[in-house]
Design a protein around this ligand. Structure first.
Ligand code: PLP
Length: 469
């Protein structure tokens, strides 16, 4: 093998090869990057030769061609997006692993414009003076929630942290045991509380908490009653929680105690009127007399990742002034996306349906079925090896919201003569964009709830590509 090593062309020679220029041009690489790829490919080839693992006989091999072939592949991979578009064929609208909410076209356009240009993020144009980013969309937040004041931080976990740190540090916060939740594996109410310096006072039991449990827990040190929306699980059977209205009455008997509700999702749209879940409207919670609430921007709201805090002006002002508000503040792109998302809620039903999250959650079964039928038609005939069945099924909302809510949907359950369901799903994932499906009863299932009209041809083409390969 050693004799073949000498036949590997040296770097300077490969750099003079026309294919070197070609690769640089095709993949927009500079000289240094391209040279690095050449070095790596030479070293790979050497190792293959030394280990006798080259899959053709070294006597027949064209080393330069092998090296440039390898570079092409490497450069292609390097150039690919790291944060990749995927097609969500799981039917789970707020898929935590797939980036949660998709933004509306209007929101995307406003993000692009704000990214490309200077803006009045912290500037009062009419006065020519410095302004505050907290003021940018506060009017929209107030209108959408009915609150006296509101602000935005990085996400809802940050909102919880800011509220506890600013209002209850070294003091006591009363929380029902049944609401000490963990969301998505990395957010625990008890841990955030500990980090914030607030002292957790657990009351009640896992399944039942009564008003008198809260009453008994009050001390001189009580700063807050915190209610946490049990977003991602259901409690059924012998259970009892205290209604928000009762906690409002209780709090009103204790001067200076803040009632805070972490709503999790925080719906601005009434999904209940479609018979979907029983998520409280942010407006209703505020009206019931809670001092402050917080919720996510990219769950049911269907906007960018953000944490929205809304409620009494005196409290929000205090939060805005806290050092942590600076630490947890959001970027102009978040404001841009949130602005257009909120405007949709304030512009009526038609505009709201332009928000992909809301639209997909309430998507009529008939529309899903139609799309599934188009898929069946497109796949028909030319696709030997596949066996496809159109089936009724259910999709979930996801993102730790509305647990137990099952939305009726249509899926295509696909099996392949040569591949197992796992193998077929893997092949779909290796398409570009990757198609993410769920596996059920040994079949690959595509749920059309989360697939847009313009994504459907991509899904069909992906199956065809696998068929042709
Ligand atoms: C999702 C959720 C959070 C965390 O919100 P993020 O925006 O993901 O940080 C906090 N509390 C509750 C109740 C939630 O459902």
């Amino acid at each position: 093998m050693k004799e073949y090593l000498r036949q590997i062309p040296p770097i300077h020679e490969l750099q003079k090869d026309a294919r070197f220029e070609g690769v640089m041009e095709t993949y927009s690489l500079n000289h240094q990057q391209a040279t690095k790829f050449v070095q790596e490919e030479i070293s790979t080839l050497r190792n293959l030769l030394l280990e006798g693992k080259l899959d053709i006989s070294p006597a027949d091999a064209n080393f330069a061609a092998l090296i440039f072939g390898g570079i092409e592949k490497k450069a292609g991979t390097w150039q690919e997006d790291r944060l990749k578009q995927v097609i969500n064929g799981t039917g789970t609208v707020l898929h935590t692993n797939l980036g949660r909410a998709r933004l509306s076209s209007r929101a995307v356009e406003h993000v692009v414009k704000s990214a490309r240009n200077y803006s009045n993020l912290e500037y009062r144009i009419s006065e020519g003076k410095r302004g505050s980013r907290h003021d940018i969309i506060e009017d929209l937040l107030k209108e959408a929630t009915g609150a006296e004041a509101a602000m935005v931080v990085n996400n809802n976990a940050a909102a919880v942290f800011l509220v506890l740190s600013a209002l209850a540090k070294h003091k006591e916060v009363i929380v029902s045991r049944g609401q000490l939740v963990e969301i998505g594996g990395s957010f625990r109410v008890s841990s955030i509380m500990e980090e914030s310096g607030a002292r957790l006072v657990e009351v009640g039991t896992t399944n039942k908490t009564h008003l008198f449990d809260y009453e008994k827990a009050f001390t001189e040190e009580t700063a807050m009653i915190m209610k946490v929306h049990t977003s991602n699980f259901l409690m059924v059977g012998f259970t009892e929680t205290v209604e928000t209205e009762e906690l409002v009455d209780l709090k009103n008997n204790h001067d200076g105690v803040v009632l805070y509700e972490d709503l999790g999702s925080g719906a601005l749209y009434d999904f209940k009127k479609h018979g979907i879940g029983d998520e409280p409207l942010v407006r209703e919670v505020i009206q019931s007399g809670v001092d402050i609430v917080s919720f996510s921007g990219d769950k049911l709201l269907g906007g960018p990742q953000a944490g929205i805090i809304a409620g009494k002006k005196a409290i929000i002002d205090q939060l805005k002034k806290h050092q942590l508000a600076r630490v947890l503040r959001v970027d102009k792109l978040t404001f841009a996306a949130l602005e257009e998302t909120l405007k949709a809620y304030l512009s009526g039903e038609e505009a709201i349906m332009e928000l992909p999250t809301v639209r997909d959650v309430v998507r009529p079964l008939e529309s899903i079925k139609q799309q599934a039928e188009v898929f069946m038609k497109e796949m028909g005939g030319q696709t030997e090896g596949y066996s496809i069945e159109l089936k009724e099924s259910t999709s979930q909302i996801g993102g730790g919201t509305m647990p137990g809510v099952e939305l009726p949907t249509y899926i295509a359950a696909v099996s392949h003569a040569r591949y197992s369901a796992q193998e077929l799903a893997e092949k779909l994932r290796s398409c570009r964009p990757a198609v993410i499906a769920r596996i059920q009863d040994e079949r690959v299932c595509i749920d059309f709830r989360t697939i847009d009209q313009d994504e459907l041809p991509i899904v069909v083409e992906s199956f065809m590509e696998i068929y042709r390969a």
